[in-house]
Design a protein around this ligand. Structure first.
Ligand code: 3PG
Length: 219
């Protein structure tokens, strides 16, 4: 049984350093997808509230697999409650919603709201957070902006998302204050729709080898 405390969840996420994001359009794909991610040694998934199947998909992943499962694109306290009741281990939002953050802190659920400016980063710090999603990463200056944020906010660790792929992943992982890199490149929708889960295993392994390389450089 996987441990559900927020510390255990954050520890697992910081070990993996990758956060695959998916929008589920067919519940039949949930279990084979989780199994592919586990075979690729990336046993974590963020299921976006961008389809009406999100809640059911989170419940399946949480009850029937050992994967760490988060809810993504959470835009209200109501959605966060649905996700947590379905078994979500953590909550991700594209933006900073104070009530949502307060709800998650109260329930001891790790929450990663999206920020893209110093002012939002400061607001999130004041709410008691120190691990934040940086979204949309590439559109808002990517690695260059994160380097600038690290000056005034040295204690914040970021989860960049938006436009990350196998070509720029390494440049993000090389920054020591990157908690995890998130995005949809780890779960190729076409491959999934064709039932080609091996392609997903392969992408996970390739991305993980970059995580391992950059970890060695940090230690
Ligand atoms: C997110 O919500 O984090 C982004 O939409 C992911 O962007 P990507 O599809 O470019 O990875």
């Amino acid at each position: 049984m996987k441990e559900k405390s927020s510390k255990a969840i954050i520890d697992r996420m910081s070990q993996i350093r990758l956060l695959p994001l998916v929008t589920i359009s067919d519940l039949e794909q949930v279990l084979p997808l989780c199994s592919a991610l586990c075979s690729g040694e990336v046993p974590i998934i963020e299921i976006a509230f961008r389809s009406s199947l999100a809640e059911k998909a989170i419940a399946m992943a949480s009850q029937e697999t050992e994967i760490t499962v988060g809810a993504g694109t959470v835009l209200s306290v109501e959605q966060a409650k649905e996700a947590v009741n379905a078994g979500a281990d953590f909550i991700v939002s594209p933006c900073l919603i104070p009530q949502l953050v307060e709800y998650c802190i109260d329930k001891d659920i790790p929450v990663f709201p999206g920020v893209s400016t110093p002012t939002e980063t400061h607001q999130a710090l004041k709410l008691g957070l120190s691990i934040l999603k940086f979204f949309p990463a590439e559109d808002f200056g990517g690695v260059k902006t994160l380097r600038s944020f690290n000056g005034p906010f040295p204690d914040v660790r970021f989860i960049p998302s938006g436009g990350i792929d196998k070509n720029n992943l390494k440049s993000y992982l090389e920054l020591p204050y990157i908690f995890s890199c998130s995005g949809s490149w780890l779960i190729d929708n076409n491959a999934m729709n064709q039932g080609n889960y091996n392609a997903i295993v392969q992408t996970c392994r390739e991305s993980l080898s970059l995580v391992k390389q950059t970890k060695e450089n940090h230690s």
